[in-house]
Design a protein around this ligand. Sequence first.
Ligand code: PLP
Length: 386
Amino acid sequence: MSERHYLDHAATSHLRPEAREALIGALGAGNPGGRYASGRAARALLDDARERVADLLGCEPVEVVFTSGGTEADNLAVQGLYLARSGSTIVAPPVEHEAVARIAAHLAAEHWAEILAAPVDAAGRVDPARLPELDRRGTALVACMAANNETGAIQPVAAVAERCRAAGVPLHVDAVQTAGAVLDASGAPTPFRDCGAATLALSAHKFGGPRGIGALLVRRGARLAAHVHGGGQERGLRSGTPDVAGAVGLAAALAADRAEGEERRRRLRALRDRLREGILATVDDVVVHTTEPALPGHLHLSFPGAEGDSLTMLLDAAGVECSTGSACSAGVHRPSHVLLAMGVAEDVARAAVRFTLGWDSTEADVAAVLAAVGDTVSRARAAGMA
Ligand code: PLP
């Protein structure tokens, strides 16, 4: 195979060496529920992972509930908060990930929930001043993601949290794209204890950890119904024998992610800006969907006149791995609900491609896109829209 260049870190990142080593080292761990020596050894590994995660994210160890990933964490939060409350309204912007949007839709279909859309502007950001009326008895929860998986737009979560606090309504934050944190204006992570959320979802494979493990941070005192019933593990919210090795791998990846901090953000921003300027200098008539404040590695664009699927296939053939950014259902690619909510025309939304950089991205990855993009867009535009 020719040299490959990976620019789809928002979908999943490569496993970091630290996480691989930690994961492999703990793969033989037994059941942490066992009262004998091997069980106690597994429990010590799990407790240590939980403490490390709590320390890195600024919460208490008891507030870390390990799950199978971001989707499960979002489902546990939205359904758990909804079922534990008396109110029936779920307030969420129309740009949330399917892991939040679909469980809310399920609650509407099966449990009488009413979904109220929080209006977003042309960049897909929630306007806290235009949030629907919140009240303790009527509103079950508000959901607001930390940053959007397609455009990278950072949401004004602090202002949303303030509205929720004033109304006494719990807030769920999907922080899957931000390695488990609400970001401040400079893009730096806010400790969970200060962010105002009742629950916050994260997923290890988005920051260099293993796939199949994540966590929901659940504030002490938050009322939440369990969604998996059984042996009562993970505070009784998520029963099942825990994945000790996964938790250890998650903690190692998170530690590496946090250690890189601002330096990585600066490096990725510089690479991403070069990518954007290079594309704009090479191709005519490009629509840029990523606007500041945004995640440093995100660049979401449309090439009107070309089909997003054709573009990603041609880029793949040129050695560049990227995606359209939106989910594909049963092989049928629909225009992104995020772009449509931002008011982007359907044909422009169908012409979208998302490039996302991550911890091991290099100049060579950017150069590979710039070498291929001109020819790729010309060919895809010649083929036209389906
Ligand atoms: N939430 C967001 C914002 C995401 O980007 C994703 C994955 O793309 C998820 C939730 C789901 O996470 P997971 O793949 O760990 O289930």
